[in-house]
Design a protein around this ligand. Structure first.
Ligand code: PLZ
Length: 444
């Protein structure tokens, strides 16, 4: 059994991965396409709180939440209860055929929680990529324009349209073209790498590219992650997002926030746009929305959402009853258990330690993030040249000691932390101590 009742202690009884995981890995290699790769081949048998238990009985500290999904923890009690109730009542009808209340209730919650008090509508899908695709469809339908503006280092998914929207070539795009047309890439605000442009300057640079290379009148949507995820946990300079949102509005384009990774309390606000007081026209959400069950959504201004004809949006499984039950339970957990505040506390607890480590380790170029979405960017000491092998070394050392940290970044040189918000302070401190020791070993 998993869930928060699991002992919240790191415990290694074999090397990582152990013999049972290695056996399963051999089976995996014979059965699973290698295109679906694995970062840390420990096979999980139970999880809860901040712990992952593997097939050899090791208890690892989870600082990744399955890429920002199990924000409320694995097998969170309310999620388990509601999903059991739902699975016993019915498993599927297809909302487009014969609807059910859970779908409507999730849309009501999304309309209430997302930034802005305007009239909203929502539609539910399965994956983050599907939500982003649908947001683009809706923006094009509403504006009757085609061009979509995305940014350097962006990540929006792996489907054909979202591969076009995603910046990084390998492994996401190489060999998979041709890609969807009418996608244009603008420069980002990346304070560590753009010479310290202000948000306004970085936005002006992006807007110049858009106006001169695309034309304001052709732009259907400006699509941006308020804090970039896979691209390196890049926090734009203050004002960047607001300037872009203002420009979009004045150009008659739809401003879409991809909050797939940042949403649902992760950054110490329910949505990351709130830190900047930005109200997007459309918001794409997924991951943390449903405690580990697959669900995603597009939520936005009623007049934009309602521009789509009946039957123009949907899918067999979108908003399936189990995922909706899980989402209602996850949202209740975020709110009742004060997890927005908890995310902020996690940032306040961890950031000073990472910054202190950076003072001693010249390979740490930058420490950044908000709430429980934190990152360390590694460089060749004394330069800003990305050092992916240092990031891989640190991640490997953490994994060997039973701490699951992830990497990211266009150059693969960023270590990122996305702990479940229900992790206890002791476990978090233990995980961060292992990470900081691994970072310090770069200096010796
Ligand atoms: N938008 C901002 O972070 C998913 C991808 C992992 P899906 N990020 C994890 C991988 O290597 O495939 C993501 C995201 C942002 C969209 C997506 C896509 O969400 O649910 O993976 O489709």
């Amino acid at each position: 059994m998993g869930g928060p009742g699991l002992p919240q202690r790191r415990r290694l009884v074999t090397e990582v991965p152990g013999p049972r995981s290695r056996e399963l890995l051999a089976r995996r290699e014979a059965a699973v396409a290698r295109g679906v790769s694995v970062m840390l081949p420990v096979f999980v048998t139970a999880a809860g709180g901040g712990i992952l238990v593997d097939a050899d009985g090791n208890a690892l500290i989870d600082l990744g939440s399955g890429i920002a999904v199990t924000t409320v923890g694995n097998s969170a009690p309310r999620v388990v209860d509601r999903v059991i109730e739902q699975v016993q009542a019915f498993t599927h009808t297809c909302f487009m055929i014969t609807p059910y209340e859970g779908y409507v209730a999730v849309c009501e919650q999304l309309n209430r929680l997302t930034p802005g008090s305007h009239d909203k509508r929502s539609a539910l899908f399965n994956s983050g990529a599907e939500a982003v695709e649908n947001a683009v469809k809706i923006a094009r339908r509403f504006t009757r324009r085609q061009a979509v503006i995305v940014f350097e280092h962006a990540y929006h998914g792996r489907t054909n349209l979202t591969m076009a929207l995603t910046a990084k070539n390998h492994p996401y795009k190489s060999g998979f073209g041709p890609f969807a047309p009418e996608v244009y890439r603008a420069p980002l605000s990346y304070p560590f790498r753009d010479g310290g442009l202000t948000g306004q300057q970085a936005a002006a640079r992006a807007i110049d590219v858009i106006e001169s290379q695309v034309g304001a009148g052709n732009v259907a949507a400006v699509l941006v992650e308020p804090i970039q995820g896979e691209g390196g946990f890049v926090v734009p300079a203050p004002g960047f997002l607001a300037e872009l949102a203002d420009w979009s509005r004045s150009a008659g384009a739809v401003f879409i926030a991809d909050e797939v990774q940042t949403g649902f309390a992760r950054t110490g606000a329910m949505f990351a746009c709130e830190h900047e007081g930005v109200v997007p026209d459309l918001v794409a959400t997924a991951k943390g929305i449903a405690g580990g069950l697959p669900l995603s959504a597009v939520t936005g201004r009623a007049e934009i959402m309602e521009s789509v004809h009946p039957g123009g949006l949907g899918g067999t499984y979108g908003g399936n009853p189990l995922s909706c039950a899980a989402a209602l339970a996850a949202i209740e957990t975020l709110e009742r258990d004060g997890l927005v505040d908890r995310a902020r506390q996690i940032g306040e607890r961890v950031l000073p330690r990472l910054r202190a480590t950076a003072e001693r380790v010249p390979a740490i170029g930058d420490v950044r993030g908000r709430g429980a979405m934190l990152a360390v960017e590694l460089v060749e000491p004394g330069t800003r040249r990305p050092d992916a092998s240092a990031a891989a070394t640190v991640a490997r050392r953490c994994h060997e000691q039973g701490v699951v940290v992830l990497t990211c970044g266009t150059y693969g040189n960023v270590l990122r932390l996305l702990p479940p918000l229900v992790i206890g302070d002791d476990l978090l401190d233990d995980g961060i101590a292992v990470l900081t020791a691994a970072l310090e070993s770069l200096a010796s």
